[in-house]
Design a protein around this ligand. Structure first.
Ligand code: PMH
Length: 386
């Protein structure tokens, strides 16, 4: 399969689905039997592509998918995914019926929500629910045992609700200091102790907790960032007991190469001037693709060598300084490997003063995703043309 006909600008993100499979396989070996994996595929699978990642994760043994809101879950259903999907964020009670129609599991944490949702459900319909407990993240969740009991009671007394799960989310599982994690874990244990019934799923761990804290497994873990081959935090870099492989890389091809004379300027603001005669290449990617202006000065790979982005990054293009003449059409790697050189998502995140999660998430829909399996391109998704 080649790119022709799928996109008309040589800028693409490559997603190696074998990495997703391998990352989940090493995770499965790390987890004891009986602990289910919920694959977190919200935000278009952290920018990697929800459908392809969902299918790959399910094939690799994940039993549940998790997204942030109903639209993301419905999008997966519309693309043919029938596996269970948990909506982690808040949904409207008025949409309870739609959730049933699409067989979605919703997160709830307010008794008023249940009272309202009841009005929108008919007899015979069954809405699967997970209760969210706020043990210290301060985002969503019941905060007291009384609230939890009220919510549980409303669920179990109504046939239209199915109490399938309960969960919480840790704020600091990726930090080496475990104090706050321990407080949240203890609070969760206390809270679930008050339940009248035991739901099928009890889950608290994101990637960081699932790597570091076996006692927090309960019977399912929610794996996001590490499935994509990224470390949950820089602090945790040396704490990961198995190899992870980055699935996401970014590629472009040179669209222009020209000789600049000493003093010739590059890009808006004319902030870069050649100090000697040099070769300048133009790349067809810019901040509207998520290749943000702050990446000025970042290195990219050409011919297996690191070369810098010079001048300001424009909306659709940016320029690099080449070590010698390189022909138009040469592939340039912005994230990923060329020979012995590797530009990691962590390197880009450091340049952007942010976390690795954000990097693939902000690569916009203008950038087609090219999927690889077994070293071959198996599918190409260009949202602009589909
Ligand atoms: N569970 C919940 C409720 C989440 O919000 C997330 C990630 C995960 C699991 C997966 O975490 P992991 O990717 O660290 O494995 N949520 C977010 C977030 O809201 N901002 O950054 C990551």
């Amino acid at each position: 399969m080649n790119n022709q006909g799928f996109f008309y600008r040589d800028t693409w993100a490559e997603v190696d689905l074998d990495c997703i499979t391998e990352n989940l396989n090493v995770f499965k070996e790390h987890l004891p039997q009986g602990v289910d994996i919920f694959a977190v595929v919200k935000a278009n699978a952290y920018g990697h592509g929800d459908l392809h990642v969902a299918k790959t994760a399910l094939n690799a043994g994940a039993t549940y998918l998790a997204v942030a809101f109903m639209d993301e879950a419905i999008a997966l259903r519309n693309k043919g995914i029938s596996a269970p999907i948990l909506v982690l964020g808040a949904s409207r009670p008025e949409d309870a019926k739609v959730a049933v129609q699409f067989n979605l599991t919703l997160t709830i944490f307010q008794k008023e929500w249940l009272e309202e949702a009841r009005k929108h459900l008919s007899t015979g319909e069954k809405l699967s629910l997970h209760i969210k407990v706020d043990t210290g993240m301060g985002r969503l969740g019941v905060r007291t045992c009384e609230e939890l009991s009220e919510v549980e009671q409303l669920i179990i007394e109504d046939d239209r609700f199915y109490f399938e799960g309960i969960f919480t989310h840790y704020a600091t599982a990726d930090e080496l200091n475990n104090q706050y994690f321990k407080e949240q874990y203890t609070r969760f244990e206390e809270m679930i102790h008050h339940l009248k019934t035991r739901p099928k799923y009890i889950h608290t761990s994101n990637s960081a907790a699932a790597i570091r804290f076996p006692k927090a497994y309960f019977n399912a873990v929610r794996i996001g960032i590490s499935m994509y081959g990224l470390t949950p935090s820089i602090e945790m870099k040396n704490e990961i007991p198995f190899p992870l492989r980055e699935a996401f890389s970014m590629q472009v091809k040179l669209v222009n190469v020209k000789r600049h004379k000493s003093g010739d300027k590059v890009s808006y603001g004319a902030t870069y001037g050649s100090v000697e005669d040099e070769w300048i290449g133009t790349l067809p990617i810019g901040y509207a693709d998520g290749w943000l202006r702050k990446l000025q000065g970042q290195e990219v790979l050409v011919d297996g060598q690191r070369v810098p982005i010079v001048g300001r990054i424009c909306m659709d293009q940016c320029m690099i300084r080449l070590p010698y003449y390189v022909p138009i059409g040469t592939q340039v790697t912005l994230i990923g490997r060329q020979g012995d050189e590797f530009i990691s998502i962590n390197e880009i995140a450091a340049k952007l003063d942010t976390i690795n999660y954000e990097v693939p998430c902000v690569i916009t829909k203008r950038v087609p995703r090219v999927y690889k399996q077994g070293g071959k391109v198996t599918d190409i998704k260009n949202d602009l043309l589909s």
